[in-house]
Design a protein around this ligand. Structure first.
Ligand code: 5AD
Ligand code: FES
Length: 352
């Protein structure tokens, strides 16, 4: 099966059947990880980019079966950060060296498009050297355009699954697969750097579903792909389901790296939650981004999408130091530039 891995590394593409075989059997784990690591090194050296995550609202109109802040979870205390709170997070983050702020939240109509555009331009004028990433769900073409014009640089919207039947297993009827795909297309066409992604090991996910994810990513050609293990949350319909595994998540990170060597791929908090060395392992499998939390400590616990999320009690400065140590421990270094998507070999720091 090494030949399939070699084929992917050389040609950056496989057929659905080939993807399925690799994903179902996960052969040659070490060989694949080494190839993926090599590819990441070629584009990014030993740099790991940091993004400061600001979880500004846990209100959500959606009711995804997997998610801890779904509408029907009455046990979670809801919060919204004010503009001042958010700006204070940016200020703290800037002082720590963050040059990308990720504004993430549930789908919360309280924050209108124009409020968000105002917030974006205010952050941009205070920190013109910073990139702003939005992760606020499905809004629509005009909204994305407005955000881009206000100064947003990037947008993360995980597609969750590229298989329509699997999408139905993960979401209630009122949520629409086609609509989500359309949003991603719109985001990309607007000019925002685009991120998609999915959970690994979610209920009903098969090797074929994951093969579809890889084909979808090849077609969309996003700048970023976020993946992490599915981790059950006790107040959701999936409370009793099994979670994704570290091995499977790492395998998929490596496949993504070979599919598109210049991708920005985070070693996610979910991966760090199911394994104390998850984020280090993620980077060693080909990831090159970490996203420590800049949200106020007081609300961290309330943004629990899954059980036992790590770092809910740690100051941003502590997490940053912790991550610096972790990355240095495996021969990588955290860099504080904006870490824009690469333009190809040599586009960003190009070492061997
Ligand atoms: N386990 C892991 N990831 C989750 N997400 C939501 N709920 C869970 C969970 N239980 C992911 C989804 C979403 C992103 C913000 O977090 O993929 O898009
Ligand atoms: Fe938060 Fe280690 S990254 S404590």
């Amino acid at each position: 099966m090494r030949s399939l891995i070699d084929k992917l590394a050389a040609g950056h593409s496989l057929t659905k059947g080939e993807w399925t075989v690799l994903i179902a059997n996960q052969p040659d784990r070490e060989y694949l990880a080494a190839k993926a690591r090599q590819a990441a090194r070629r584009y990014y050296g030993n740099a790991v980019f940091i993004r400061g995550l600001i979880e500004f609202t846990n209100y959500c109109k959606n009711n995804c079966y997997y998610c801890g802040i779904r509408r029907d979870n009455r046990r979670v205390a809801r919060y919204r950060l004010s503009k001042e709170d958010i700006l204070a997070c940016c200020k703290e983050g800037y002082g720590l060296g963050f040059r990308t702020f990720v504004l993430q939240g549930g789908e919360d109509a309280y924050y209108t498009d124009s409020m968000l555009a105002g917030l974006i331009s205010q952050i941009k004028s205070s920190y013109p050297d910073c990139a702003i990433t939005l992760s606020i769900g499905e809004r629509g073409r005009e909204s994305y355009k407005l955000f881009f014009e206000a100064g947003a640089d990037r947008y993360l919207l995980r597609h969750e699954t590229a298989d329509p039947a699997h999408y139905k297993i993960l979401h209630p009827k009122e949520m629409d697969f086609e609509g989500r795909m359309q949003c991603l297309k719109d985001i990309k066409e607007t000019g925002l750097k685009t991120g998609c992604g999915f959970m690994v090991g979610s209920p009903g996910q098969t090797a074929e579903c994951l093969a579809e994810d890889m084909l979808f990513i090849a077609r969309l050609s996003p700048h970023m792909v976020g993946i992490g293990p599915f981790v059950p949350h006790h107040e959701t319909p999936f409370a009793g389901e099994a979670g994704g595994t570290v091995e499977q998540t790492l395998y998929l990170i490596s496949l993504l790296r070979l599919l598109k060597p210049d991708l920005l791929i985070p070693a996610t908090t979910a991966l760090g939650t199911i394994d104390p060395k998850g984020r280090e392992k993620g980077v060693l499998a080909g990831a090159n981004v970490v996203m420590p939390n800049l949200s106020p400590i007081g609300v961290r616990k309330q943004y629990e999408l899954y059980d036992n999320k790590i770092c809910t009690g740690d100051e941003a400065a502590e997490c940053l130091n912790c991550l610096k140590g972790r990355m240095e421990g495996i021969g990588y270094r955290i860099v504080t530039d904006r870490g824009d998507p690469a333009e190809g070999p040599g586009g960003i720091s190009c070492t061997t």
